[in-house]
Design a binder for this molecule. Structure first.
Ligand code: SF4
Length: 180
């Protein structure tokens, strides 16, 4: 399926040129301002307590798997090279579309790079369950449109406007946005 994808070459070129990786595709599904801040390396997470605690918990609960060593530019949590499956860990099963976008991105990039069909699986740490991410037409359209939006954001000099959304309550940028 991915090998017949009409956008494969353009997608790969765009990802390489803009230096995009999985978290860009997660952020753009959640909030354009968040994605813009991430693209421009503006990050308040270091001094935001919630994220600091979350980062430490993540580091303790999950030592990075050896299967992902040497994957320049891509940083999924685990790769089953034999069966062509890429895994991304998430703390909870929430924000399904955003986390699907991130995991699907890894599978698509690996498929394009290796010429094999890769599957994408999100592993939910709180339930220890796997959730397969289907690389169907809708998901592929989502990835392509996300890359379009990221291309536009990359060229924007000013931070985009952002209305208050439910995510703001837990976003590390809420102080900056005044949505806390
Ligand atoms: S606080 Fe809200 S508007 Fe601001 S970056 Fe976060 S999610 Fe987006």
């Amino acid at each position: 399926m991915i090998h017949n994808w009409k956008h494969a070459a353009d997608f790969y070129e765009r990802v390489d040129r803009l230096k995009l990786h999985g978290l860009h595709f997660q952020h753009i599904s959640l909030c354009e301002r968040r994605a813009w801040m991430y693209m421009h390396n503006i990050n308040f997470a270091q001094w935001y307590g919630r994220v600091q605690v979350g980062t430490v918990k993540h580091q303790i609960s999950h030592v990075r798997d050896h299967s992902v060593e040497g994957l320049f530019g891509l940083s999924p949590d685990r790769i089953d090279w034999k069966n062509c499956i890429v895994y991304e860990n998430k703390g909870t099963g929430g924000a399904v579309e955003a986390s699907n976008n991130q995991t699907a991105f890894y599978a698509v990039m690996l498929s394009i790079a290796t010429g094999k069909d890769w599957r994408a699986v999100t592993h939910v740490l709180s339930t220890r369950r796997n959730r397969e991410v289907l690389l169907d037409d809708e998901q592929m359209r989502n990835l392509w449109e996300s890359s379009d939006r990221l291309e536009i954001l990359a060229g924007m000099k000013k931070v985009p406007r952002a209305r208050c959304i439910p995510l703001c309550k837990t976003c590390s940028l809420s102080g900056f946005c005044g949505h806390n």
